[in-house]
Design a binder for this molecule. Structure first.
Ligand SMILES: NC(=O)c1ccc[n+]([C@@H]2O[C@H](COP(=O)([O-])OP(=O)(O)OC[C@H]3O[C@@H](n4cnc5c(N)ncnc54)[C@H](O)[C@@H]3O)[C@@H](O)[C@H]2O)c1
Length: 419
């Protein structure tokens, strides 16, 4: 597409999560226009109708595709149908912004890749965590070399979603179905891995090599069901929850770096949905233990400069370490990402730590040919693949090799949100 002129006609499939993008759509209205929404639930369509009476509304997504009122689709449906809908949309001539994960198994991954390559349509995964303020700032600090050589990263998604797995009468929602049917695995990896993959340039200068995973049985789920729905509910039995409560994975990269990922959406605890750590030879970034507190950083060269008595040399091996983590935001003057400087207010208003705003802005920019696709199909399937690779590892109790989905193909702009 010749750069920059077209107003992108966007359709939303899955009107609940899709509504989270309303604020971003309003800010980007000179570049993208919402033309259609599809949701099988009448009450969801009614809400959209009340707010935007001119929208084309559909109860069936095939109808929306046939209608031809969209150039691009935001797929925000239950994850069981992401791949099927993305593939059909691209075959119908639409560009796709897909909610996470891109797909749930290797067959869907191959079919998605094939469809992108055959149709030439643009496919971007909406991994909004890559665009959080702290994650983009850490990227700039990495680029400036303040962490030195990167050696280790950690990402945890701890979100107690037990309530979202049931209807009021105890029937399973799509989240509950997945917890019942999937094998033990790290079932929601991309919020944790996405930012790490960009920091470590996975698929570019480095790549995933292997995955080892262990998962806990569904004790929290069964205990919750017993207390909420009683012993007669089938979910009162631990084994009903085949996927277990949560999983931890250790990933090794070709450069020998180690990544620790953990997902748990079933355990009794306050949420911590963006817990990350990054270790380099000259410093460390880490989220605070609780999400309301500021993220932290230690930079050998810079933090110690502010207080010379606190250098690594002064940290004796018997526990007398005077070093203290500093708030990351202390370094905002030097390392704040320019996009956050420019559009931070709009991004914050859009929700999800600003990610929903930048994800949509980048998708629209890529569709209009203004920027390269920052999270393309090869990133999308590689990050999503942790779920089935970890399932295989948990089943066999061995590390499994990670496929190289990119196979040397160029992509986006080095997987980094544009500077
Ligand atoms: N990136 C993020 O921060 C983030 C946050 C929340 C949810 N999500 C993802 O967004 C997706 C939707 O999650 P949610 O919380 O909105 O779920 P939800 O269950 O609250 O809503 C799903 C909506 O999709 C509709 N739907 C179901 N099947 C459909 C179909 N075949 N075609 C069209 N619409 C259909 C349902 O009627 C419902 O309104 C999931 O994949 C989830 O993982 C991502």
């Amino acid at each position: 597409m010749p750069g920059g002129q077209r107003l992108v006609r966007l359709g939303v499939v899955g009107g609940r999560r899709g509504s989270n993008f309303s604020s971003a759509l309003a800010h980007l209205k000179d570049r993208v226009q919402l033309t259609a929404v599809c949701d099988p639930k009448e009450e969801v369509r009614d809400r959209w109708r009340q707010n935007q009476p001119d929208l084309a509304l559909f109860g069936d997504w095939h109808e929306l595709l046939r209608h031809g009122v969209c150039d691009a689709l935001l797929i925000a449906t239950p994850m069981q149908v992401h791949a099927e809908q993305a593939i059909a949309a691209m075959r119908a001539g639409c560009d796709v912004l897909s909610e996470v994960p891109a797909c749930l198994n290797p067959q869907e991954a191959e079919e998605l890749i094939k469809t992108v390559e055959r149709t030439g349509r643009l496919y971007m995964m909406a991994e909004n965590y890559c665009y959080r303020r702290e994650h983009m700032m850490v990227q700039r600090m990495i680029d400036a070399g303040v962490f030195g050589e990167l050696t280790y990263a950690e990402g945890m998604y701890l979100h107690d979603c037990r309530g979202l797995k049931f209807e009021a009468d105890g029937a399973l929602t799509w989240r509950g179905q997945l917890a019942h049917e999937m094998p033990r695995c790290n079932y929601y990896p991309t919020h944790s891995l996405g930012p790490i993959a960009q920091w470590l340039a996975l698929g570019r200068q480095d790549a995933l090599e292997s995955v080892y995973s262990l998962a806990t049985p569904g004790l929290c789920m069964a205990d919750y069901v017993q207390r909420r729905f009683g012993e007669r509910h089938p979910g009162a039995l631990v084994d009903y929850w085949r996927r277990g409560d949560g999983a931890s994975c250790l990933l090794r990269t070709r450069k020998g770096r180690v990544i620790h990922l953990r997902t748990d959406t079933s355990s009794a605890r306050p949420h911590h949905m963006h817990s990350h750590e990054l270790q380099g030879t000259r410093g460390c970034y880490r989220t605070a233990a609780v999400p309301d507190e500021p993220p932290l950083v230690w930079l050998d060269a810079i933090s110690a400069e502010a207080n010379p008595s606190c250098g690594a040399e002064q940290a004796d091996v018997h526990g007398g370490d005077l070093r203290r983590f500093e708030p990351l935001w202390q370094y905002a003057d030097r390392f704040e990402h320019p996009r956050w400087r420019q559009s931070g207010d709009q991004a914050r208003a859009a929700g999800h730590g600003g990610g929903d705003f930048f994800v949509l802005e980048d998708f629209v920019g890529a569709v209009r040919g203004e920027i390269a696709n920052p999270i393309d199909i090869y990133d999308a399937v590689a990050w999503s693949s942790i779920s089935w690779l970890s399932a295989e590892s948990a089943r066999t109790e061995r590390a499994v090799l990670a496929p190289d989905y990119r196979r040397g193909r160029a992509g986006g702009q080095g997987a980094r949100p544009r500077a």
